[in-house]
Design a protein around this ligand. Structure first.
Ligand code: F6R
Length: 256
């Protein structure tokens, strides 16, 4: 696992955009895995800027999002469909028919989840998966106790996640209790994982995920098993890491 400590949120977002840009320029038909939440907003803004100002094109890219709330229609302003349109898709040239976000409105969630896995396989698998980390250590909505081999499925959210996400809803009662989420196993099959985290609130869980034991209690720790995982943190999110000086030293030694 490569751990990069950036001085601030803007640099974290820009370094992440460099990784996405390098992939898309060298492989225009790349398959991207995308996340929602507050963490990747800076990355998406930077990609939109590079599209506008530096000719970065997503015309041949296919994307798959990690998750979606059950029961929210795509036009609901708290759905992840809506989030992706607002924060990325309407600012770049990725054809909407190539942009996949799980449906939280299916009549048959199990069948839908199977078809989502199939669509990822048919696209040739995900080249680069963007991830955030939840306060309880989740990646996508793989809450504590999720199997590290889990696949796309319906998941009940923890109370902590419901509380964390209630800041986006009028009342906590409006926060959905279920989500459709890619599994930890699905994420571990992607060719490159790129996890981002910022802010002091994430410092403890980031340290547990990166330097603690691999455990279903912190599903982000499964990234330790991934052959190519990059984690980019701001200083605050990195503040509880034991080896932070070493990670910085490694980055300084990295050939240009
Ligand atoms: C979102 C997702 C979640 C978030 C995590 C962090 O698609 O999969 O795992 O990445 O909950 O959320 P923020 O970035 O809002 O702190």
């Amino acid at each position: 696992m490569e751990v990069i400590i950036a001085p601030d949120y803007e640099t974290m977002s820009s370094l992440a955009a460099d990784i996405v840009e390098e992939l898309v320029r060298s492989q225009p038909a790349a398959v991207l895995g995308l996340a929602t939440g507050s963490t990747p907003i800076g990355l998406y803004q930077e990609l939109a800027r590079r599209h506008r100002e530096a000719g970065l094109s997503f015309e041949e890219v296919t994307s798959f999002n990690l998750d979606e709330y059950v029961g929210l229609t795509p036009d609901h302003d708290q759905s992840y469909h809506y989030f992706m349109n607002e924060n990325l898709f309407q600012h770049i040239d990725l054809p909407l028919e190539n942009a996949h976000v799980p449906s939280g409105m299916s009549d048959d969630h199990e069948a839908f989840c199977g078809s989502y896995e199939q669509a990822i396989a048919q696209a040739g698998g995900i080249d680069l998966q963007v991830l955030g980390i939840g306060g309880d250590g989740h990646i996508a909505f793989n809450e504590p106790g999720s199997s590290l081999k889990s696949r796309t499925r319906l998941k009940t959210l923890t109370n902590e996640t419901v509380e964390d996400n209630s800041r986006f809803f009028e009342s906590i009662d409006d926060v959905p209790r279920y989500a459709i989420t890619m599994g930890v196993g699905t994420i571990l099959e992607t060719r490159h994982c790129l996890m981002l985290a910022n802010g002091e609130k994430k410092a403890d869980v980031v340290a547990q995920a990166i330097e603690g034991p691999v455990s279903a209690m912190i599903t982000a720790s499964a990234l330790q098993l991934h052959p190519q995982a990059t984690v980019i943190l701001d200083e605050a999110a990195a503040s509880k890491l034991e080896l932070s000086e070493y990670y910085k030293w490694v980055f300084e030694q990295k050939p240009a």
